[in-house]
Design a protein around this ligand. Structure first.
Ligand code: PEP
Ligand code: MN
Length: 344
């Protein structure tokens, strides 16, 4: 028993009674009041509810149906919670009718650079600044990031521009410092199935940006989100960032169908990262637009003033001018989708 559907005429009294009953079994509930029906998502170890107990709930006043979710994830599913989750990060709402743009360099290279980029992307209309202080590089000889010093520069950029910061956590031992500096903690593709880390993040009250693994299926991605949700942290944003296919022209293959499918399967916000998905500057604008058309709630884009000399991911970074052009082009597109761009 994972979901209890109430009859359209169920009273508040009947709902209260039902919630009390669940509570007496050590379960809690998420109540979604839709226009037609109220759906009660049951939270806790529902496998311990016996068939007899389930039958007793089925015949309670106001109850129309009792269902089990057979998927490996539950809290993340639309069946469990019909309305889209809105995540408010310092007044920037992610989800629903908002399109939020996260922009910044792949890595925080030095203070001047991150300050400069933060100002430029803010002027162009970005809602968040991104930048990695701990970089998950394929080669151990590549630049690994500035560590906590980089996080301090990112915090300085936030102070200067007011843009909340998104930055990646690589090691569960750094959770405490991350909580101190980040407004959204990013979990990179390579850590999507680091279950111990996800469990730790479930205990935090901090939004998590969970990137799809390099070869993860949609179901595996949602199951990874479930680890965080299960711990009590309900603020997870999913990110499609391209998957491994046989194609080598692009760095990865942006799975746009996954964006649309995720929006159907889950109430969690979904964004797309056309930089890591394509590895190519010239594909960022068309793929950002395509992702928004597919239903994405936002995009994350890498921006660098001198991509040729970037210490990381220059080929997939827009220049500030290119970023401004992307943003200008998004205004009419987002309006066409009946959504709003940016803050609020
Ligand atoms: C990043 O966003 O900087 C990054 C490393 O992305 P991914 O984990 O998707 O490769
Ligand atoms: Mn990068």
């Amino acid at each position: 028993m994972d979901i209890i559907v109430l009859r359209p005429d169920a009273t508040d009294e009947a709902l209260r009674h039902l919630l009390k009953k669940l509570e007496s079994k050590g379960l809690s509930a998420h109540v979604s009041k839709g226009t037609e029906r109220t759906i009660v998502g049951v939270i806790g170890d529902t496998s311990r509810v016996t068939e007899e107990e389930e039958d007793a709930i089925r015949v309670m006043t106001g109850v129309e149906n009792v269902m089990r979710i057979l998927k490996p994830y539950k809290l993340a599913s639309r069946e469990f919670k019909a309305e889209g989750t809105l995540i408010d990060v310092k007044g920037r709402v992610i989800g629903d009718k908002k399109i939020q743009v996260i922009a910044g360099p792949c890595a925080i290279e030095n203070k001047t650079l991150i300050m400069n980029i933060a100002e430029k992307v803010k002027d162009a209309g970005a809602s968040f600044i991104r930048g990695g202080a701990f970089k998950p590089r394929t080669s151990p000889y590549s630049f690994q990031g500035l560590g906590e010093e980089g996080l301090q520069y990112l915090a300085d950029a936030r102070e200067r521009t007011g843009l909340p910061v998104v930055t990646e956590l690589m090691d569960p031992r750094d959770i405490e410092i991350m909580v101190k500096y980040a407004d959204i903690i990013q979990i990179g593709a390579r850590n999507m199935q680091n279950f111990m880390m996800l469990e730790e993040l479930g205990k935090m009250q901090k939004p998590i940006l969970l990137k799809r693994g390099l070869s993860a299926t949609i179901e595996e991605t949602l199951s990874a989100a479930e680890y965080v949700l299960k711990g009590g942290n309900r603020e997870v944003i999913l990110c499609e960032r391209g998957i491994r296919t046989f194609e080598t022209y692009t760095r990865n293959t942006l799975d746009l169908a996954a964006v649309a499918a995720l929006k159907m399967l889950t109430h969690l916000p979904v964004i797309a990262d056309p930089s890591h998905a394509t590895g190519r500057r010239d594909l960022i604008v068309p793929m950002a637009r395509a992702a928004i058309t597919a239903g994405a709630d936002g995009v994350m884009v890498e921006v660098h003033p001198d991509p040729e000399h970037a210490r990381c991911d220059g080929p997939q970074s827009l220049t500030p001018t290119g970023f401004s052009e992307l943003m200008d082009g998004l205004v009419p597109l987002v309006a066409l989708e009946g959504k709003h761009l940016g803050v609020g």
